[in-house]
Design a protein around this ligand. Structure first.
Ligand code: TMP
Length: 395
């Protein structure tokens, strides 16, 4: 049973870019709730997976050096720790993790067929399907059990966790390790990263909530690591039937979450008020700058950028355009705000006084790359944890 935490009305799908401004868009309410049995914060009344993950899916993980390096390091570190004789990745996107296992007969599952093709083209057997009972049986029958199952930013997208974890249990070998990566809900709250709330993100896992849910399926977290990507991401190491020994850092992570108040509905509710105030501040700051005649452009047409602009009711009358390196996003329009996505071009920065950093999670990577813009008096704006303007002196 969900207790309502926050509701955003009439929000379009964050990766539902428009080919032209006559395209019809469908808006949906975004409802975030708290389950007091599992302590999981998740969406309720969500849209169907077929509307979210399909053959025109636009998010491409290979567009950021930060993510390319992160997944390469993840692949190397996991292979040092575990045998990985039969790896499987669930949600391989452009294959920047699983490609580092190419000598070990890896398998990938990716429901967006445009990205499944990219992973296939890298020589990896890729099933263009949603993870669940049917594909897990197929993999088991054709390839046998898996000793390493990895899934980054995907399990939190899956609505039917019951089928998901039963299928994992079935495919995982006795001494196998199941590794999930996803943004930590504790870090999301500490950083007020409200733009992580979007329809693709079904579950906002904490170590505590994930472990409670996994235990129903004889799975449990035995080790945990925190990485800075996406504002604070946990890598959870999960064992079947307690094969691996529980590490102390899991207990500490859970205790920290309880201390912060992740089991306390009132604490969570009060954080939602902070978030609502921040959204108003973002709106007022951008409107004030525009009224003073500033030229504002966007940098990085991420799903988060679509969320922050729509949640703060900022549109193409305030932000002239947004630049992005992803070919499938370019020359399209962001839904509702109608902000046009232009191909990344350094010259376009010359048109701006302020650059609103949709991709705030790559702040350091982008500010280093665009140091000339800052040197010439340009300013970046980020909105997480609160709205802040950076110039050459305070970057
Ligand atoms: P993400 O935060 O969901 O990974 O999305 C980041 C978006 O920003 C993605 O569309 C790629 C884009 N991007 C650029 O255009 N230039 C850059 O330098 C970086 C790091 C990202």
């Amino acid at each position: 049973m969900h207790k309502k935490l926050i509701k955003f009305k009439n929000i379009p799908l964050s990766n539902g870019l428009l080919f032209n401004l006559n395209n019809k868009i469908k808006n949906y309410d975004l409802k975030v709730g708290y389950n007091s049995d599992t302590h999981l914060v998740s969406l309720y009344d969500n849209v169907s997976p077929e509307k979210l993950f399909h053959n025109d899916y636009v998010y491409d993980s290979s567009q950021s050096d930060t993510m390319v390096n992160h997944f390469k390091e993840a692949a190397l570190s996991i292979q040092k720790k575990y045998k990985c004789l039969s790896p499987l990745e669930i949600g391989s996107n452009s294959g920047i993790f699983i490609e580092h296992f190419s000598k070990k007969n890896p398998i990938a599952v990716e429901p967006c067929s445009n990205f499944a093709k990219i992973t296939t083209d890298k020589g990896i057997i890729t099933y263009d399907e949603y993870w669940g009972d049917a594909i897990s049986n197929k993999i088991l029958n054709s390839h046998g059990e898996r000793d390493m199952i990895y899934s980054a930013n995907t399990i939190s997208h899956i609505q039917n966790l019951d089928e998901c974890f039963k299928s994992i249990y079935k495919c995982l070998s006795k001494d196998g390790v199941f590794i999930i990566e996803c943004p930590s809900f504790l870090e999301l709250l500490k950083g007020n990263a409200f733009d992580q709330f979007y329809h693709e993100h079904q579950s906002y896992f904490s170590c505590l909530s994930l472990n409670i849910i996994l235990k129903k399926y004889n799975l449990s977290i035995f080790d945990i690591e925190l990485y800075p990507v996406h504002g604070g991401t946990y890598r959870y190491y999960i064992t079947k039937d307690n094969y691996y020994k529980l590490e102390e850092n899991v207990v500490s992570a859970i205790n920290e979450e309880i201390k912060y108040g992740l089991c306390n509905y009132d604490v969570l509710k009060s954080k939602m008020e902070v978030i609502k105030n921040n959204i108003s501040k973002i709106k007022n700051t951008l409107i004030n700058l525009k009224e003073k005649g500033a030229k504002i452009i966007g940098y990085g047409a991420s799903a988060k950028f679509t969320q922050v602009t729509n949640m703060s009711e900022i549109d193409n009358t305030i932000i002239d355009f947004v630049m992005d390196t992803t070919p499938s996003k370019q020359n399209k329009y962001l839904p509702k705000s109608n902000i046009k996505v232009l191909p990344y071009n350094k010259e376009l920065l010359k048109k701006a006084d302020y650059c609103f950093l949709g991709a705030w999670n790559y702040k350091d990577e982008i500010m280093n790359k665009e140091i000339d813009f800052l040197k010439k008096g340009g300013k970046f704006i980020t909105h997480i944890p609160t709205i802040k303007i950076y110039d050459i002196n305070n970057r």
